[in-house]
Design a protein around this ligand. Structure first.
Ligand code: MLT
Length: 326
């Protein structure tokens, strides 16, 4: 796994290996000094062409805690404003010889293009409506901590599935981990043929009581070129997860940012069933693990197999750093 472009590229065993490594970083996160030398001397670039709070800050903090040199570029305020193409921006940043590039872009397939152009390992932090594999990993991590295993667990994904890269990646990840999936939302916001991904589709919350986990999605109004719902009030009346609809034993998730009062009621967000804060916390340790693995594999070190041969002197420091926190 030199790049993380799509969650479908990972087997169940590979997902488990990434999450197991994240567990060991969680231990580092509880120390007074939350820093390890694993990526010392390496450069990590974060390149964000779309707004982000959680994903960008979590990868930035992860790179810093791994002692990497961080170059953080937001399209707004960079040469992109002056018309520089993605390819030229990547060529410019490649001059710093980054070990990893974490990219978010409004166009599906952008991360794959960057992987074709750059020598660095590439992590897809969201490409248009296509995929958000790091979100899927942190959600599986969060659920694994709570439930032990996702095998046979019933997960409902509710809301604007059509515009959601999170829904696409999470459906694949949850299914890979053995969960039973139901997708729910108004017909206009559910892509046709979704059943082929191995999930049930419904347009009503009537059967929600069977769910072990309710995963709500944001109405992505910035991606809507037409009106997909009659009104927010009507959408909320039919699809909002509120304390009336959420049972005491059900777990509630949302990738954030939340439209409070639209897809979730304030009470549901703040309820004991809500894992939203835990998802944000997982959003720190999973990027640590991902950055280490893609960089090691990019350097030719078989991280997933747990083999760290110091084949060339240039690789020695990173391997030593890895042993340092295990
Ligand atoms: C995303 O970037 O896709 C977010 O994590 C989810 C959202 O924007 O609703």
């Amino acid at each position: 796994m030199r790049h993380l472009l799509s969650i479908g590229d990972l087997s169940k065993a590979e997902i488990e290996a990434i999450l197991d490594r994240a567990e060991s970083f969680a231990e580092v996160g509880r120390r007074d000094i939350k820093k390890v030398p694993t990526l010392r001397g390496r450069t990590v670039v974060t390149l964000f062409y779309e707004s982000s709070t959680r994903t960008s800050s979590s990868f930035e903090l992860a790179a810093k805690r791994l002692s990497a040199d961080l170059v953080s570029v937001k399209a707004a305020g960079s040469s992109v404003d002056k018309g520089e193409s993605l390819k030229d921006t990547v060529a410019t940043l490649s001059a710093y010889e980054p070990a990893a590039i974490v990219i978010r872009h409004p166009h599906a397939g952008a991360a794959q293009l960057v992987a074709n152009w750059a020598d660095a390992s590439v992590v897809n932090a969201g490409d248009g409506k296509h995929e958000h594999p790091s979100q899927a990993l942190l959600d599986v991590y969060t659920l694994r901590r709570r439930l032990g295993s996702l095998e046979g667990k019933r997960i409902w994904i509710v809301g604007d599935v059509l515009h959601s890269r999170v829904a696409r990646s999470n459906l694949i990840a949850f299914r890979t981990m053995g969960a039973e999936l139901t997708v729910c939302g108004p017909p206009a916001l559910i892509p046709r043929g979704l059943e082929q991904l191995g999930c049930a589709v419904t347009h009503s919350l009537d059967g929600l009581g069977e769910a072990d986990v309710v995963y709500a999605l944001r109405l992505q109004r910035e991606r809507m070129r037409e009106s997909f719902v009659p009104s927010l009030r009507e959408y909320a009346a039919h699809f909002q997860i509120d304390s009336r609809r959420l049972g005491p034993r059900q777990l509630l998730m949302h990738p954030g940012p939340v439209n409070r009062g639209v897809e979730l009621s304030g009470e549901a967000i703040d309820s004991p069933q809500s894992l939203i804060a835990e998802q944000v916390a997982s959003g720190l340790v999973v990027p640590w693990s991902l950055l280490v693995i893609v960089v090691l594999v990019g350097l030719g070190v078989s991280a997933l197999a747990g083999i760290y041969p110091a084949r060339v002197a240039a690789r020695q420091s990173i391997v030593t750093g890895l042993k340092g926190f295990e």
